[in-house]
Design a protein around this ligand. Structure first.
Ligand code: 57M
Length: 359
């Protein structure tokens, strides 16, 4: 919006041309999101404290988590509006991908909000049922996948990092795959969000990576030079990713150990869902396994632990799942687990950039 308004004056002031560039607007989206978090962050935390929106801690968790009881949660209520405002300020509003991403952000945000609200504010309920939450997630993802599939230029082929000649066309079967990626990413981030800074660090790293891939995929010359799929219009997703990176860094300011604020399901579900959606839109679906490797491994640890637990009637592979709890119970201090997971996420991001040249 602001971008369009400013750009109106470019015939008189030629330097305003700079606002045309996606790179410049991405930087502005990142910085404005970061600044807004700093501006309103303390006030939001204060409000959440006054409203007693504090985290309930389960008795069966690692012992050091008991001291976290009452930490303000639902920090997604801070992140989501800021991502939306910064995006709308600096993005090209005629872009369908941007509106679909904002739809996913709001819809998954509402699902997470309902769950958090019932658990934390009402305190009388266990939140949404697992099945109910899952059905709503699938419904939203299905709407987005169908709209994407119906776009005239939509490409239902799959592209794999490292194998440029293998591009199977899935046709309509692409829709369930897209739903799986969006819902899977949403729940994987949710499972990872169990230590201070643990989810938001890899989220910032993953969105920084996809920011670059969205920019490259949206530029016909660069995409053809790098032999990655060109998807007209996805360049604007770099601006959205920039807004998430800015808001995420701002949130990390408060979520760093010892956290003043947790993001809640209202944060983790939509952030994961839009990560999956960006991967689908940029035709970099399989790269998500690498870029979001931390989320994948955390989820696999839960799947294996639960399956083994059920099969053996109570035996465990890990001391506790998700994996971060295993390391905590081994005696690693919480911030060591978090920082080590960040280091791995950075290495995975670097590896995913290497796929651009190894084709
Ligand atoms: C939610 N939520 C955190 C916070 C955050 C199937 C099963 C493995 C599911 C899993 C589960 O419920 N996971 C999803 C994880 C919770 O954080 C809140 O939830 C939001 C995210 N949805 O934003 O509002 C706790 O995590 C800690 N935390 C921090 N810092 C943060 O910045 O320290 C969160 C954010 C917070 C706080 O303590 O209260 C959570 O972990 O509950 N279940 C589990 O993760 C449980 N695992 C388990 O039962 N494992 C079993 C197997 C057989 C299923 C096993 O291995 O034996 C563990 N979680 C907890 N206690 N809290 C174990 C027991």
């Amino acid at each position: 919006m602001l971008y369009r308004l400013i750009y109106l004056f470019h015939p008189e002031m030629s330097w305003l041309n700079v606002f045309r560039y996606i790179t410049f607007r991405t930087i502005l989206a990142t910085l404005s999101a970061l600044m807004i978090v700093f501006f309103v962050g303390d006030w939001v935390i204060h409000k959440l404290r006054v409203m007693q929106v504090g985290q309930h801690i389960r008795d069966d968790g690692p012992p050091n988590h008991k001291g976290k009881a009452g930490t303000p949660t639902m920090g997604g209520c801070l992140i989501l509006p800021i991502v939306m405002v910064s995006t709308l300020l600096w993005v090209e509003l005629k872009n369908i991908y941007v509106w679909l991403i904002l739809f996913v952000l709001v819809a998954f945000g509402l699902i997470g909000f309902a769950d958090d609200y019932l658990k934390t504010v009402r305190k009388s309920s266990k939140g949404l049922t697992g099945k109910g939450k899952f059905c709503l997630q699938v419904l939203v993802a299905l709407i987005v996948a169908v709209i994407l599939y119906l776009q005239p230029e939509f490409d239902a082929r799959l592209y794999f990092p490292f194998f440029k000649t293998m591009t199977p066309d899935l046709g309509w079967a692409y829709i369930p795959l897209a739903v799986f990626i969006i819902v899977g990413a949403s729940n994987a981030v949710n499972l990872t969000d169990g230590l201070d800074g643990l989810a938001i660090g890899p989220i910032v790293i993953a969105f920084t990576t996809y920011l670059v891939f969205a920019y490259l995929a949206g530029n016909v010359k660069i995409a053809s030079y790098l032999q990655i799929p060109y998807v007209a219009g996805t360049g604007e997703l770099a601006v959205v990713c920039g807004a998430v990176v800015g808001a995420g860094l701002g949130f990390l300011w408060y979520n760093a150990f010892p956290a003043d604020l947790f993001m809640g399901d209202v944060g983790s579900l939509p952030l994961g869902a839009i990560l999956g959606t960006v991967a689908v839109m940029t035709k970099q679906e399989f790269l998500l396994l690498l870029v979001g490797g931390i989320f994948v491994v955390e989820t696999l640890s839960v799947i294996f632990q639960v399956a083994y637990f059920k099969m053996t009637g109570g035996r465990r592979i890990f001391r506790m799942a998700p994996l971060h709890h295993h390391f905590e119970l081994k005696g690693w201090p919480e911030s060591k687990v978090t920082v080590r997971f960040w280091i791995i996420a950075i290495v995975l991001a670097l590896l995913s950039f290497s796929t651009l040249k190894l084709r």
